[in-house]
Every structure is written in C-alpha cells, then in structure tokens.
Design a protein around this ligand. Structure first.
Ligand code: ATP
Ligand code: MG
Length: 567
C-alpha cells in the first residue's frame, strides 16, 4: 500500500521544464528516442556543478530509454590536456554513469567542421576577414550601437575559399585572418554580428598535435558536433541563452540535423567557488594541495574527502532545475552526505586528542575481547570484536577537573560508560610534576557492567569512546572547514580579490591520534563513522604504516534543523 502510494506520488510529481519538453517530444513523435551529451572542455577537473549537468544528461537519457554521449569540447589547444581527459572519464564513471562506446571529441570532427565551413563559404554565408582581433572588436559595436561591416565582407566565395584553404595550409601568421559567419552586423544580439568561426593559431593540440593551425570556435563546433551525433536535446547552462540564435543559425544554414539547445541555471554553492579558472588558480598558487585537495569542490576532491557518488546524485536530484541562478546552501549537500553515510558507514572508535586512563582494578595482562556492532542502522553489517585492557585512551576533552553543572562526561568521582565496555569511575588524577598538566587518569570499573549495561539498572548520562593503549593504531587526522569564510566568495566589493576571503582555518592537521585496531586494515577511500566525531575517509595516501584519515563531515546536521523549522 505504502509502495503504491509513493509510486503514485512519484507519477504526479511535477516534471521540471526539461523533462516536460522531452515528454512532449516523445509523445508527439518528434523523437522516437532521446539523445543527450555531457560536453566538458578538458581544461580542468570537473566540479560539483558539472555533476549537476552529468546527472541531468545521463539521468534523463536513462529515465526515457535514450542515450547520452560523453564528448570533449576540445577546441582550445592552449588550455587543454590529456590529464584532464583522463580525470573527467574517471569522475563520470565514479559518479555511476556509463557512456558505453560513445566517447567523442570535437577534434574528431575537425575535418568535417572544415568541410562545413567551406559549404558556408560557397553559400556566401562565411568570409575571410583580415581585421585584427582589436579591429574586429571595435567594428562590432555595443549593446546600444550597431556594428559596422568589415571591409572584407563582400569578398567573393571563390576568393574566400582560396584564402580559407591557404589559412589552413599555414600561409598566414597567427591572428592575421579569421573566417567569419556572414550574418548581421546590426543584430540586437552581439553574438550574431558576424562571429568568428575559425582562427589561426599555431598550437599543439593534445590529440591532433600539429595537424592543424586553424581551430574552430566553440560556438561553431558545438552545434555542429551535437548535430553530427544526433543529439536531440542539447542541455547547457544559462550563459548560452544568447548564443542559441547562432546555434540554430549554423544548423539551418548547413541544413543538418536540428539539435535543440535548452538552457538551465548553473549550480552555485555557498562558501566555495565553481569556475574551473578560479579553481585552477587555487591549485597554481598552492592554496590547496592539488585538484583533489579534500577542500576543493572538484569531484576528485569530494571523493578524497569521503563523499559517496550516491550522496552527490541525491543532492543533484534534490536541487532540481531552474531557469534562474541561485546560491545553494552547502548544508544541503552535507545533509545528503550524512543521510547516505549514516546508512552505509561502519562505526568505529578513534581518539583524536588522547588522554591515558589506567583502570586500576582491571588485571594487568588481561585482554578482553568485546562485541561491538558495526552499524545500528544496518544489522547486516554485523559486528566485530574490540580489545579492552587495563590501559586505555579517552578523549582529552572528555575529562574536566572542575566540571560545570550538567557535565555528563568524566570528572573526579563521576561515573561514565565506556562504549561497548564498562562503567568506570575516576578516582585519581596524575600530573606532570613540572608543568602540572594532567598526564593520566586512574579509574575503577564495575565488572558487572560488561558491554556497557549494569545489572542493577543504574544509569549514567555520559558514554565515551576509547581505545586500548596496547592495541591503538597511531594516525594522522585532517579536519576540514569551508574553503572560504564568505557565503558568496564572488560577491566582491570594488578592488577586492576573491582570495581575500579564503578561510585560514580550512585545514587542521592532528597527529598522534589513536584508532581502534580494526582501522589498520582500512584501504584508501574506505569510509567510517568515528563515534561522536563525524564521518571519516582513509586518505588516498594512507598506508598501514602511516594511516591518514580525512574528516568528511561532522555529525551535526544544520540542514535537518532548517528543514524542521520550515515544516
Ligand atoms: P566553468 O565555468 O566552471 O569553468 P564550464 O562551463 O567552462 O565550467 P565546461 O567543461 O564547458 O565547463 O562544462 C561542461 C558542461 O557542464 C557544460 O554543459 C556546462 O554548461 C556544464 N556546467 C558547468 N558548470 C556548471 C554548473 N556550475 N552547474 C551546472 N552545469 C554546469
Ligand atoms: Mg566552458
């Protein structure tokens, strides 16, 4: 019954504007099958904003029984690299999507793009222009002023064809000539004022190497690539809205398959930046430790931080699609993360700032193996055994000599529960004779409270995590905070640089942390909940000899609170 209800609810759930269009196109028979593409430019690593586009493009294809291509928009050889191509592939696959054998490169179409350009020339719809880039800009006019025709605009198709072929043959210097579409210098849309479609640029391309010295512009290569691949719905972000007339113009003039461009708002997230160029500058300036620094919104960074693909997909689903830009609260992303990790992460104990505790009435050489459940949310996760010994470590912050009222952790004379183990009572404090610093606590335990529950039903309010001193695994633990202190780091006053709001405390490295022995077996990228501390993930550089864990996220869910208030 509940299932039926939710299925019905699912059906009546209002469709977003893109799915509405797709359903219409399928219902009216405009398309029998839909075909989308995810078109990254390999000039940087993908970020969470791209995840939105990936989930959308691959997602709608899956939902409507269609196909989605992975296509690299590699039309700018000076900024593009194979390293980025490889990382993009890894990221998309990791997010859970599969393009099968449909991996394409705009550079695969260079020859055909060149043929199509010749067709435009022959139709009188493109011309070779000798104006310099600066001159082109000044002839272009402004939003309020119409542009002026280039003096080269009326060259004959024969002359243009000859010049264009010689451009390709390398007879002219970089930047000395361009091929331009012949549209309308008085158009209200600046993109339609005879845009450049080819430029001369001697640059080695990461795939075609030095085959070409002319390169197509994105605005030309993109629609033609879409069309050649039979893309039915070309989904892109809002900044391309003003380019759509040009997109349509190329397909009309060339009379090739009419792909349809549809724009949606890009994702912006609070306390971070999303542009590849800005992220690259953080990498190059050494502000972060590479694209996969766990503070980066790059997918590689999120992965290294401990994000799961499920959490990212859930987030992309929840933010939905809009036609207007907005700033999404990063707390929502973290909420999705906690929801997933809560279900899937084994619980373990780790002491970040250790304080030694001696249980004076526990036999010196005894090792007691206690049963501990791995995940109360998932009985199938089973249990493990953890060693309890006379000497253990607890969290330094779990002890106070002079506690305020309602302090439920350990203090002189008070009793607390050690998780999965025993009730203990603090009897003595040992200090460093010189500094006076507390170096050790002495406690007694109640042997009747094995497993953490007393026979007489006596209750305590505090439950502490701990590790056996003889078995503890030393580790480095890295705690993270937002990369920027400002909610919108790009909302700048005049003269301000976005780097000024970098958070100086975005990374705290703790050494000498102690983990329960189970964690020695952890592999890079394994995820856990460290009781009371949050979710953690073994770093990519973590080894059994030198374990390193990244805190993915704390346990406190600020978004759940916001949601509760609203409902
Ligand atoms: P950036 O502006 O971050 O450098 P980009 O748009 O130049 O990104 P592309 O490689 O061209 O990056 O993007 C590939 C696809 O991902 C494009 O369709 C683009 O519209 C989409 N995309 C990029 N950033 C976002 C974002 N923040 N939200 C949603 N989609 C995005
Ligand atoms: Mg781009």
């Amino acid at each position: 019954m509940a299932d039926e209800k939710s299925a019905a609810a699912e059906k009546t759930k209002t469709l977003d504007f893109i799915r509405t269009i797709i359903e219409e196109d399928l219902n009216t028979g405009k398309h029998r099958k839909i075909h989308t593409r995810f078109p990254p430019e390999p000039n940087g690593y993908l970020h969470i904003g791209h995840a939105k586009s990936i989930c959308l493009n691959f997602g709608v294809a899956q939902e409507y029984g269609g196909l989605c291509n992975l296509r690299y928009d590699d039309t700018n050889p000076t900024k593009e690299e194979q390293e980025y191509v490889d990382a993009i592939k890894d990221n998309v696959r990791w997010l859970g999507f599969d393009w099968k054998d449909r991996e394409y490169f705009a550079s695969d179409y260079y020859e055909r793009l060149n043929d199509f350009a010749e067709q435009l020339i022959q139709k009188g719809k493109a011309y070779v222009c000798d104006l310099s880039p600066e001159e082109i800009r000044s002839y272009r006019g402004t939003l309020t002023e119409s542009g002026r025709n280039s003096p080269y605009r009326d060259r004959s198709p024969e002359e243009n064809l000859d010049l264009f072929r010689r451009m390709r043959a390398g007879e002219y210097q970089d930047g000395s000539r361009t091929l331009r579409a012949k549209i309308d210098m008085a158009s209200g849309n600046l993109n339609m004022r005879d845009p450049v479609i080819y430029r001369i640029m001697r640059a080695t391309h990461h795939r075609t190497e030095d085959t070409w010295c002319i390169y197509p512009m994105y605005d030309y290569a993109h629609p033609v690539s879409d069309s050649l691949e039979g893309i039915t719905h070309s989904l892109c972000t809002l900044e391309f809205e003003d380019h759509r007339p040009l997109y349509d113009w190329f397909l009309e003039e060339l009379d090739i398959f009419r792909s349809r461009q549809i724009e949606f708002a890009r994702l912006n997230l609070s306390y971070t930046v999303m542009s590849k160029r800005k992220l690259l500058s953080l990498v190059e300036k050494g502000v972060v430790d590479g694209w996969d620094d766990p503070r980066m919104p790059a997918i590689s960074g999120l992965r290294r931080r401990g994000y799961s693909p499920e959490a990212i997909r859930d987030f992309c689903d929840r933010i939905g699609l809009a036609k207007r830009e907005s700033l999404v609260d990063i707390a929502l992303l973290e909420h999705c993360l906690r929801e997933d990790l809560n279900q899937t992460s084994p619980r373990v104990m780790a002491v970040l700032r250790p304080l030694r505790v001696k249980i004076t009435d526990f036999p010196e050489d005894k090792i007691e193996w206690l049963e501990a459940e791995n995940n109360p949310e998932d009985p199938s996760a089973g249990s493990r055994r953890i060693p309890f010994t006379r000497e253990i470590f607890i969290e330094r912050t779990d002890f106070m000599e002079d506690p305020p009222k309602k302090y439920f952790r350990l203090s002189p004379g008070s009793e607390v529960r050690l998780k999965h183990a025993y009730y203990i009572t603090c009897t003595n404090i040992v200090r460093d004779t010189e500094t006076g610093e507390i170096t050790e606590l002495r406690c007694t335990h109640d042997p009747e409270s094995r497993g953490g529950w007393t026979k007489d039903g006596r209750r305590v309010k505090g439950t502490l995590h701990w590790v056996s001193a003889a078995h503890a695994v030393p580790a480095e633990i890295r705690l993270y905070d937002h990369l920027f202190t400002r909610e919108d780091p790009l909302d700048l006053e005049e003269g301000e640089d976005f780097l000024e709001s970098l958070n100086p405390d975005s990374l705290e490295v703790l050494t000498g942390c102690l983990l329960e022995p189970e964690l020695e077996k952890a592999h890079p990228f394994d995820r856990f909940q460290f009781l009371r501390h949050g979710y953690f993930c073994a770093d990519k550089d973590s080894t059994p000899d030198k374990p390193i864990f990244n805190r993915t996220v704390t346990l406190r869910d600020t978004w759940a609170k916001i949601e509760k208030k609203q409902s």
